[in-house]
Write a protein that binds this ligand. Sequence first.
Ligand code: SF4
Length: 376
Amino acid sequence: MNSGKTPGLYIHIPFCLSKCHYCDFYSSTSISAVPDFLKALVKEMKMYRNMFDVFDTLYIGGGTPSLLTPSQLEDILTSVQKNFDFTSEPEISIETNPADLDRPLLESTREMGINRINIGVQSFDEKVLGLLGRRHSAKQAILAIEASRKAGFQNIGLDLIYGVPGQDVNSWLDTLRQAVAFSPEHLSCYQLTLGAKTPLGVRYQAGEFLMPGEELQYEFFIKTSEFLEDAGYIHYEVSNFAKGTKYVSRHNQKYWDHSPYLGLGPSAHSFQPDRRWWNHRSLDQYLAAIKAENLPVEETETLTMEQLRLEALYLGLRTKKGVSLYDFKNRYHYDLFAEKKEMIDRLQEEGLISIQDGRLYPTQTGLAVADSLALI
Ligand code: SF4
């Protein structure tokens, strides 16, 4: 299967200065290993030099990329340019923690050509930030957003979390109100999930607090969507909102429509039709593999047509633009409408999907329960 789509490049910076209480992403707080990691990253780039065509997005995520110094970030971008080709106007994004966003870092990231900044605000409520174990205050978040604008960022995304224990819908809407006041071009609103081994997960299992039940979660979701659509945002994916189609994340779109992507750094995933592979999660194993001149790949899987189909449907129904029945048939050799007519009729009756102009769309309620919408 050749998707004919332009690939995206992802770089995972696996370091954080401290661990947030809800997070079970892989990241290390041993920042003395940063120089070794950066050397290994450059070697990994060289290993993939000729494997992918021209990219049109670069996403520097983590972990916390903003804990790197401006010159370390510049070295990464210089190596990226040496090893990979890009289209003329690539989307170049960086994930940041508000506590790190001082003027020198912001100005140098702009000068390096980074044109999209994601700020991990999570909440404007100090109590929520404390419970989540974030290392920044609401005040720092406000200053970081203002400083990003002043530094010339015209594409600012704010990451927020709802469904925090003890939070009610009104206090969450308060955070949204404050976020929207800055007119960010993009908002990601994630429902809090607790890994069992995280400090908050352990406290939850010990019965220290309750998590919002299904009904309350649904209310959070619907109120978020209504509030942000009223404020002029497009709710284009379960957790993502953009101030117009121009600001939809081009990079994240690649994960949802089976475009190829290359992921570098520990735990990063890559996809090239019809193969997916992922790197060692642990920094030590990643460094050891590169030192031995091997790709740091932990595992590779070849996806069958049926797996691809399932994924395409699952991911497509998490987006507002849904799934084109015609494209689906061409790409995955499956006539969804003919093969799954009964199921489609039932989901339509339940108000979870609709069909218009040859596309299958999730309704607002369908988006809220998108995780359970796969049909085949
Ligand atoms: S900053 Fe992000 S990656 Fe790091 S611990 Fe917090 S949530 Fe996890």
